[in-house]
Design a protein around this ligand. Structure first.
Ligand SMILES: [Zn+2]
Ligand SMILES: [Zn+2]
Length: 369
């Protein structure tokens, strides 16, 4: 079938809209009519990596309605509302242990540009187009994806608010719920208040974490963080930040989260931990130098985490439940754009004016901000 996709043709080129041929779903796949798709910084990073002239369809926070299912798919039906997430094999030792984010075939399934067997899902006038991005390539009106990529959700959920649960929101919320596991006595410092950091704050609020401290350079983001669940906010540009953080937390944070990937910020986040505290880093940036003596003497842990170490099939329904109970204030951070304005959404993601851009396919959908 034909689908309209926003195609990347080079690092500096704007997305252009093209009619592409989309392959039929195979026995273990489904065809999804995309209703909304979040824009994640990984889309922009990947766009920068393909050379000029290589056509690619990105998009990995798709959500929509199932149109058709492959012959082996028995637990998803046409009409089901689904949120798409990252791909995993389901069979390796990481997947079977409940950590599909560390699937041994993660790279092949999410970033090879085609299905695992090398066959393309998308074809243009000049041949195969790089697709199957995170197993979905959802900057398009339709996507073919493995059944395992799709999480069936409550029909009452607004997909413009929930589309980004598939990656960015799961990344921040999962790092808190699945990795840091703070509680009411904990003091959590969240460095960087983009969509991922805001998700960490919203999840921490649901765990009734005692102190949730949002740190960012932007006044408006700090103000938004107070609406999403932060108990305190601090200016990341304050030269006394470390001292203020230690005072506020009575000696240091028990847990910290970094999504900035800025070396100096990560260093501050580690120094701002109390003894036996843990810092989770989720952003990729330049190499970081840490004070090993401080880590040793304080028994501190610094670890990485991808996709919130979440199993989408169980974690996304948890996020949806919080959203439906008004305990996950996505309207504070989502800004919607018509699909046709994807380049404007990219511009606002890059300059930071939109915290969580979401593209909507149908002009009749609910808009936010
Ligand atoms: Zn696996
Ligand atoms: Zn992402």
């Amino acid at each position: 079938m034909k689908t309209t996709a926003a195609v990347s043709t080079g690092p500096a080129q704007p997305f252009t809209f093209q009619e592409l041929e989309l392959d039929d779903p195979r026995p273990d796949e489904i065809l999804v009519r995309v209703e909304a798709v979040g824009l994640c910084h990984t889309d922009l990073a990947m766009k920068g990596m393909f050379p000029d002239g290589v056509a690619a369809v990105l998009g990995h926070e798709g959500a929509g309605i199932v149109e058709r299912v492959g012959s082996d798919v028995t637990d998803v039906r046409p009409g089901d509302k689904v949120i798409l997430s990252y791909a995993s094999c389901g069979a390796c030792e990481r997947c079977t242990a409940g950590h599909p984010a560390y699937c041994v075939r993660f790279q092949q399934l999410n970033a090879s540009g085609a299905r695992a067997d090398g066959s393309p899902t998308l074809t243009g006038p000049d041949g195969p187009v790089v697709g199957s991005f995170f197993g979905q390539s959802s900057f398009a009106r339709y996507a073919v994806t493995a059944r395992r990529n799709a999480v069936v959700v409550d029909p009452g959920v607004d997909l413009t608010l929930a589309a980004s649960f598939g990656c960015g929101i799961q990344t921040g919320a999962g790092a808190v719920v699945n990795v840091l596991e703070p509680g009411p006595d904990s003091r959590l410092a969240v460095f960087g208040l983009g969509g991922v950091g805001m998700a960490a704050i919203m999840a921490a609020a649901n765990l009734d974490v005692g102190q949730i401290i949002g740190i960012d350079l932007s006044d408006s983001r700090r103000a938004t963080a107070l609406k999403t669940g932060a108990t305190h906010v601090l200016d990341g540009a304050d030269p006394e930040l470390l001292t203020i953080l230690r005072e506020l937390t009575g000696g240091g944070a028990t847990h910290a989260f970094d999504s900035t990937a800025v070396p100096a910020v990560i260093r501050t986040a580690a120094q701002g931990l109390t003894s036996l505290g843990t810092l989770v880093v989720v952003g990729i940036g330049p190499d970081v130098t840490l004070d090993v003596g401080d880590l040793m003497s304080g028994g501190k842990t610094v670890r990485g985490c991808i996709e919130g170490d979440a199993d989408p099939q169980t974690f996304i329904p948890q996020l949806v439940e919080w959203l439906l109970k008004d305990r996950f204030p996505m309207p504070e951070i989502v800004r919607t754009f018509p699909f046709s304005e994807i380049n404007e959404a990219v511009a606002q993601a890059k300059d930071g004016s939109a915290i969580k851009p979401v593209l909507i396919m149908d002009s009749g959908a609910t808009t936010w901000h």
